[in-house]
Design a protein. Structure first.
Length: 130
């Protein structure tokens, strides 16, 4: 009888261990499947992008060089058609700094890129006080 109880306890313990290990695998698998986020305003991230995803690096450089020449309402369409970017966010609110800055985020393939970019050619509209 003790031998039978020992086998049942062993089977139960083995089942719990397998379930726990399966749950851990699922948790780790979900982390691995989570989208990667890289900062386009961070020198270390840009260096890593240049090494690991040179095609993305080239697109990012072109986006940053040309984005300010695009009409405000046309940026998303321009990035989609020219660079195959997705999930584009180019926030219309300027950050009050000198020079002014804007938040930009987009996805190329499976990587999300985010950053704050300097608006070097932004000309503020001066309105006299009344």
């Amino acid at each position: 009888m003790n031998h039978l109880i020992g086998k049942i306890c062993f089977a139960a313990l083995a089942t719990v261990t397998l379930l726990a290990s399966g749950a851990e695998t699922m948790r780790l698998g979900n982390q691995a499947d989570a989208p990667q986020v890289m900062r386009i305003d961070d020198a270390k991230d840009l260096a890593l992008i240049r090494q690991t995803r040179p095609a993305h690096f080239k697109k990012i450089q072109q986006i940053l060089a040309d984005i300010q020449d695009q009409a405000e309402g046309k940026v998303s369409k321009w990035m989609q058609t020219r660079f195959d970017a997705r999930e584009i966010s180019y926030e219309p609110m300027l950050l009050v700094t000198a020079p002014p800055k804007r938040k930009l985020a987009f996805r190329l393939d499976d990587v999300r890129y985010e950053g704050v970019i300097v608006m070097s050619n932004y000309q503020p509209l001066m309105t006299p006080a009344r």
